[in-house]
Design a protein around this ligand. Structure first.
Ligand code: GDP
Length: 453
């Protein structure tokens, strides 16, 4: 297999940049572009050791850096790995990579380091996918859940279910194939209990998936309300800087402004929409149409009302639109005199938060209300969590097979037929963790990674 190299750090200026090299020739190739200051030979360095030295480009020392050597199989990929840390200028890192490629490495494809780690048995597919997820995590809960999955919490859970299925399948196969041998009688009660337990565990995983997605992907959120109630101010309060234009003239938020913010432990993908008000202004009307559309599509609506103003038809309209939706009412401008019919708001929304966007008051209350409304306030990010739709589909298919087996067992179908269903479930779970995944599936997963990971 070729020796690959790529820049492992981001494509921006930083203190250091890291070039990662992996493959049988990694150390030899690194030694052609890196000369330790103590004139030692990198090729003789033991694993887990580092040397300070010069980066040699076109035969001349061009930068200082540190070479960190890992020897197979004790590395991320399971191969020989060298990580060259150089000064983190865009050019310094690029040039160092170029020198490494000229010395014999080939450019790594997206996700190729992690793919090699998978192929070398360093991690399974579920863990590999959690690496990608950890890198893209925006919220704390997502980060924690991805880290747990990377440490193998999901894989252990899946493998636990698999063990039961494979044991059951083996016993049944023996019973079917060697009916005359002295094989223990199959206890159908026990078999049913095992299948029911697998069913329960898979159902829990699938139920947890939606909450997990909400946490990982963030929640599509719309801030809706009449002009001037303080939608932009609320958004600015959440974002922490002036993103929307705030003015006293009604209708200044012409279009939809978008921003991701962390609120409590989750990420809201916020949309601040034009005021919900009939308008003569064409541009504004387009904004309002978009606002209604965004409101209908949103996973969460923050319906904002002005504490200092009585409710008007448009407010009632918004309240109506929020019925049956995942929505939190925000009574804004509590620093001003109350003219709003707060009782009516309270009777129309399950959760009402009192805020003063101007004074950044009400953030914590809003975070709590949002988490409760979304039903994730007691989400356990330590629990094993499915990471994506691929894993979810595997689980769903496995569950389907197990349910068929449960039905089959109670209807008295042959053990042969039951075994086909149990094997079907096992296959799905083997594919989830990659113990039995096709090359296409594997390639597809790693192609979504970034280069250098
Ligand atoms: P939008 O049209 O709903 O986006 O409303 P804006 O965020 O542009 O706010 C309209 C006006 O209300 C601005 O002058 C804000 O400074 C003011 N405002 C917003 N929030 C508060 C608040 O909590 N208290 C007070 N007193 N004024 C606020």
């Amino acid at each position: 297999m070729s020796t690959i190299a790529a820049i492992a750090t981001g494509n921006s200026v930083g203190g250091i940049g890291v070039i990662r090299i992996s493959g049988e020739q990694a150390i030899e190739i690194a030694s052609k572009v890196f000369e330790p200051m103590d004139a030692s030979n990198l090729c003789e360095l033991k694993g887990y050791r580092a040397k300070f030295g010069n980066i040699i480009i076109n035969g001349a020392p061009s930068d200082n850096g540190v070479a960190l050597v890992f020897r197979a199989p004790k590395s991320y990929t399971g191969e020989n790995v060298v990580e060259l840390s150089v000064h983190g200028g865009l050019l310094t890192v690029q040039k160092a990579l170029q020198a490494v490629l000229e010395a014999g490495a080939v450019p790594a494809e997206a996700g190729e380091f992690t793919k090699r780690a998978f192929l070398n048995g360093k991690l399974d597919l579920a863990q590999a996918e959690s690496v990608a997820q950890l890198i893209s995590a925006q919220g704390e809960a997502a980060m924690k859940a991805s880290f747990n999955a990377m440490q193998g919490s999901l894989s252990r859970k899946i493998n636990g279910i698999l063990d039961v299925l494979l044991d059951t399948s083996a016993v049944m196969a023996a019973w079917v194939d060697y009916p005359d041998e002295e094989i223990e009688e199959l206890e159908e009660d026990e078999l049913m209990a095992s299948l029911k337990d697998c069913e329960l565990q898979l159902t829990e995983l699938l139920d947890n998936y939606d909450n997990g997605q909400t946490i990982i992907d963030g929640v599509e959120t719309v801030i809706a309300g009449m002009p001037n109630v303080g939608k932009s101010s609320l958004m600015n309060m959440l974002v922490g800087r002036d993103k929307s234009i705030v003015t006293h003239i009604a209708g200044t938020t012409r279009d939809i402004v978008e921003e991701s913010v962390r609120l409590g432990s989750i990420v809201l993908r916020l949309r601040d929409t034009a005021g919900l008000r009939q308008s003569e202004d064409v541009v504004e009307s387009i904004g309002i149409d978009k606002a209604y559309k965004a409101l209908d599509d949103a996973q969460l609506v923050l319906a904002v009302f002005d504490n200092n103003r009585e409710l008007c038809d448009r407010d009632f309209d918004l309240i109506e639109r929020c019925k049956g939706r995942t929505a939190v009412a925000v009574v804004n401008k509590v620093d001003l005199e109350q003219r709003l019919d707060v009782e009516y708001i309270k009777s129309s929304f399950e959760r009402v938060v009192f805020a003063s966007a101007e004074n950044s008051e009400g953030m914590r209350e809003l975070a709590e209300a949002v988490e409760q409304t979304l039903g994730i306030s007691d989400f356990d990010s330590n629990a094993p969590m499915l990471a994506n739709s691929r894993q979810r589909l595997n689980c769903q298919n496995a569950l389907e097979c197990i349910r068929q087996a449960i039905d089959g067992l109670s209807l008295g179908v042959t053990y042969d037929a039951l075994n086909v269903m149990i094997d079907g479930a096992a296959d799905e779970l083997l594919s989830l963790t990659g113990r039995k995944a096709t090359t296409e599936v594997v390639n597809n997963i790693f192609s979504k990674f970034c280069v250098g990971k």
